[in-house]
Design a protein around this ligand. Structure first.
Ligand SMILES: Nc1ncnc2c1ncn2[C@@H]1O[C@H](COP(=O)(O)OP(=O)(O)O)[C@@H](O)[C@H]1O
Ligand SMILES: [Mg+2]
Length: 226
């Protein structure tokens, strides 16, 4: 699904954020991308969604070279991808339902489809009962699940999660992780970037360790030690 071929990325004149990196991600995989702060995890995710450009190498998404995609076609590519961040950036004056509905509106979905889909997505993330709650009335884990629901609303084939548990306590973090696994079991490829070793070790999924912009370890059902 995604191939990185000798990808190098610098910011300014500084050191390399990604250094000649090769990586292959297959449809249906759940991959944890781990490494210390500054290792290059967020950069890798930003390159996949075209938010940053590479200096050299190639990134292929389903055999399409993303550096060859016209700017005007990027939104179509991005729609295959859902993104979740540590800071979930929900709209504070909108309910859970409205936060998801708004994202769908922006993507051009019609009102009828939105009315039909949002309850299904809320059900999927276990928040049907919170549809009319505002972000201020929800726990951190619930808010993150709304953000995940929003990311899923255009039915992406790939979900990128950048430190989605970074602001959560252990109970809430586990909830979010269980949801990511459920989503993966339903067929969506998941790429989870985190520095939380304890969480990743529980997953027993493919782990990729990145240090100074290079992959230093790949394990199928790996354990991760900082
Ligand atoms: N916008 C930016 N401008 C300059 N340097 C950056 C920028 N974003 C990241 N970097 C640098 O690139 C390296 C990798 O950062 P990042 O991908 O954010 O790592 P991680 O997500 O693993 O913490 C770090 O050295 C960081 O300081
Ligand atoms: Mg980061």
């Amino acid at each position: 699904m995604i191939k990185f071929q000798k990808v190098t990325k610098h910011y300014n004149q500084g050191s390399k954020a990604l250094d000649n990196l090769d990586l292959e991600i297959h449809h249906g995989e759940f991959i944890s991308l781990v490494g210390r702060s500054g290792a290059g995890k967020s950069t890798l995710l930003k390159l996949i969604i075209g938010e940053e450009e590479i200096d050299s190498g190639r990134i292929l998404i389903d055999d399409i070279d993303i550096s060859q995609v016209r700017k005007s076609d990027l939104p179509y590519l991005r729609r295959k991808i859902g993104v979740v961040f540590q800071d979930m950036k929900l709209l504070p004056k909108r309910t859970a339902f409205e936060n998801i509905a708004f994202a769908m509106e922006v993507c051009g979905h019609r009102a009828q489809g939105i009315k039909r889909e949002v309850p299904k997505i809320l059900e999927l993330v276990g928040l049907a009962h919170k549809r009319n709650s505002f972000p201020g009335e929800m726990s951190g884990g619930e808010k993150q699940r709304v953000a995940i629901a929003r990311a899923l609303s255009h039915r992406p084939v790939l979900l990128l999660a950048d430190e989605p548990t970074g602001n959560l306590d252990e109970v809430n973090a586990n909830e979010v992780l269980e949801l990511l696994i459920k989503i993966n079991n339903l067929g969506t490829t998941v790429l989870l970037a985190t520095h939380a070793a304890d969480l990743v070790n529980k997953l027993k999924k493919r782990v990729i360790t990145i240090e100074n912009g290079k992959i230093t370890l790949e394990q199928e059902k790996g354990h991760y030690k900082l």
